[in-house]
Design a protein around this ligand. Structure first.
Ligand code: PPS
Length: 285
């Protein structure tokens, strides 16, 4: 393993040296090294797992509020709960992280490091996800095509995070594992207190009425929107790239997907769900 790691590091450095397109290969190697060889899960580790635009940031805030009892003295939530896949490209060092180490990740089940650590998976209504992701692509990734084209890419799993359907299904299949907690964004929206109790029990965090009140208050959409710079990890970089910020926490609602979709899209979406999920119980639309 050590030898493999060193060999890969040398290859990575060579690609870094050449710059340009080689940087992408260097990053892929760095990522592989980190996920497969450097990171070793320990039982106290917690992963917040989602397909993008499904509630990652909200869950980061909720869990940080739970463990810190309402601390707001951070520049960015990523300082407290880092983005796992980006650690090799950041100034965060695994050794410098406090215990428990809590990570945000978008990794599908087959790619995530396995161990005795805990995983909280959050699924959001797919049509809300596609709409939110579309706006994210437009604001942050300079996507210029229309929604119809984006919707097709989403159905075909051709976006950065590949197929939403397979991502959800992969995690749904292991939802009964004792170290997995499978939640729905809509549960948080409609049944916040009970969902926080579930999360606290799962993580072994003590909860009382006062703490619940603080967590609720500090993770409300309007409150977080007020402090958006603490959640929008790309703010600085985006500004220098000329990309429009202030669109990270856009609406934070459920079911508006249904309103903005025409019948044809709803049918296509449902057909794809039947095809891949093969069970209506997964879908919450
Ligand atoms: S990312 O880019 O993958 O990290 O995005 P993610 O955080 O997973 O999802 C962003 C959407 O979650 C909404 N959000 C919230 N909804 C309700 N309450 C709170 N507190 C909250 N915080 C974030 C956010 O607004 C994004 O959804 P849309 O529909 O785009 O508004």
């Amino acid at each position: 393993m050590k030898l493999l790691n060193i060999t890969l590091l040398i290859v990575q450095r060579v690609f870094e040296f050449f710059g340009g397109i080689s940087q992408y290969i260097a990053r892929t190697i760095a990522s592989l090294r980190f996920i497969k060889l450097i990171y070793k899960p320990i039982p106290t580790d917690v992963f917040i797992v989602t397909y993008p635009r499904s509630c990652t940031t909200w869950m980061q805030m909720i869990i940080y509020q739970l463990i810190s009892n309402g601390d707001l003295e951070f520049n960015h939530i990523g300082e407290k709960i880092p983005f796992f896949e980006r650690i090799p490209f950041s100034n965060i060092r695994l050794k410098g992280l406090p215990n428990p180490r809590i990570f945000k990740t978008h990794l599908p089940y087959d790619k995530i490091p396995k161990g005795k650590c805990k995983y909280i998976y959050i699924m959001r209504n797919g049509m809300d996800v596609v709409l939110s992701y579309y706006h994210f692509y437009k604001s942050y990734l300079k996507y210029h095509n229309n929604f119809d084209a984006f919707f097709k890419k989403f159905l075909d799993g051709k976006l950065q995070s590949k197929s939403w359907f397979n991502h959800v299904l992969g995690w749904y299949k292991v939802k009964e594992n004792e170290n997995v907690l499978f939640l729905h964004y809509e549960d948080l929206k409609n049944n916040f207190d009970a969902t926080i109790v579930k999360i606290s029990n799962f993580l072994g965090i003590e909860l009382n009425k006062d703490k619940l009140k603080i967590v609720k208050q500090n993770s409300e959409f309007d409150f977080m929107k007020n402090y958006e710079e603490k959640f929008d990890h790309a703010n600085e970089i985006l500004l220098t790239m000329g990309i429009k910020p202030k669109n990270f926490l856009r609406k934070g609602t459920s079911d508006y997907g249904k309103i903005e979709f025409d019948d044809k899209k709803i049918q296509l979406f449902e057909k794809k769900m039947d095809e891949i999920f093969k069970s209506k119980t997964i879908a919450k639309i």
